[in-house]
Design a protein around this ligand. Structure first.
Ligand SMILES: NC(=O)c1ccc[n+]([C@@H]2O[C@H](COP(=O)([O-])OP(=O)(O)OC[C@H]3O[C@@H](n4cnc5c(N)ncnc54)[C@H](OP(=O)(O)O)[C@@H]3O)[C@@H](O)[C@H]2O)c1
Length: 266
């Protein structure tokens, strides 16, 4: 909510959101109750979203939607085949599964958490692929072609395995490095199967596309990407309990999205 503005585009009382621009990373204020930010970073809250829902989506929801948008720009449609989501129980993964299944895709959720299969199915995953069941260290440059599309939160050996297992003309959106930053693959997926590897950088997305993606996130009609079960994915932690929440993340026990309650409970 805008308290005051020196920019004519915004006025006190407007509901707005900011993600990216290294907010809370290179710039302090990610957990502040009040923050002064450049007007060029600010997106008016799209109709159909509450402020809570906007932050339950947050950078993760925006990144999932942007990655799907990029796959669509590369001709991915539900009739082309299965779409695999890696890091499936994470914030981006949980939201991407709902968005893709809402658009009619057959979604395969790749996860390391054996106890979360029912959760992933409830979000709309058509199949669960346990991480322990795949050979991430195969040496053949091409393996059985399985995926028309892929959203990759993990990077490293998982991304290399994706390049080897994409269908002809398959498209991978790479946005994460939860499992590693190096990529050891060959050119064969690209020159023999026409595989495309698309990079996704949510932080620097230009404002016109940024607004378009948020408009899609707020709508469940047509090409809308609004997740059906946002409440199921997001839980709130009080500011004072952030250290424990970070520990769960680092230990690999976290699931879905965490919204921080900045104000102390009154
Ligand atoms: N490019 C961008 O603009 C952008 C924007 C947002 C986030 N990101 C990046 O995208 C990634 C996902 O973000 P997030 O918010 O979804 O993170 P998150 O909530 O921490 O989820 C990451 C998921 O990855 C899987 N994972 C974690 N460690 C792993 C490992 N060592 N090997 C394989 N899988 C592992 C886990 O899922 P399972 O247990 O289900 O396998 C985990 O839930 C992060 O690397 C983040 O930095 C990038």
């Amino acid at each position: 909510m805008v308290v005051s503005s020196q920019d004519a585009r915004f006025k006190a009382g407007d509901e707005v959101l900011v993600t990216g621009y290294e907010m809370g990373v290179a710039h302090d204020g990610g957990f502040a109750e009040y923050a002064r930010v450049p007007a060029d970073w600010v997106v008016p809250l799209p109709q159909g979203l509450t402020l809570f829902e906007a932050m339950a989506l947050g950078t993760a929801g925006f990144t999932a939607a942007l990655a799907i948008h990029r796959l669509e720009q590369n001709e991915l449609t539900p009739d082309k085949g299965k779409v695999i989501v890696t890091g499936a129980t994470g914030g981006v993964g949980s939201l991407a599964i709902q968005m893709l299944s809402g658009l009619g895709y057959h979604v395969v959720a790749l996860t390391g958490k054996d106890g979360e299969h029912d959760y992933l199915k409830s979000l709309g995953a058509g199949e669960i692929l346990p991480r322990g069941e795949i050979d991430l260290h195969g040496t053949r440059p091409l393996e059985k072609a399985q995926w028309a599309g892929a959203l990759d939160a993990v990077g490293g050996d998982t991304l290399a395995w994706l390049t080897r297992t994409m269908q002809q003309n398959g498209v991978i959106a790479s946005f994460g490095n939860a499992g590693g930053v190096e990529l050891h693959t060959t050119v064969f997926p690209f020159i023999l199967r026409g595989v495309r590897l698309i990079g996704v950088d949510s932080a620097a997305t230009a404002m016109p596309l940024r607004r378009e993606i948020w408009r899609r996130l707020a709508s469940s009609i047509g090409t809308g990407l609004r997740p059906r079960q946002l409440a199921q994915v997001a839980h709130t932690v009080p500011f004072a309990e952030l250290p424990q929440a970070f520990l769960r993340l680092l230990q690999g026990h976290a699931r879905g999205r965490t919204v921080v309650g900045i104000k102390p409970a009154s």
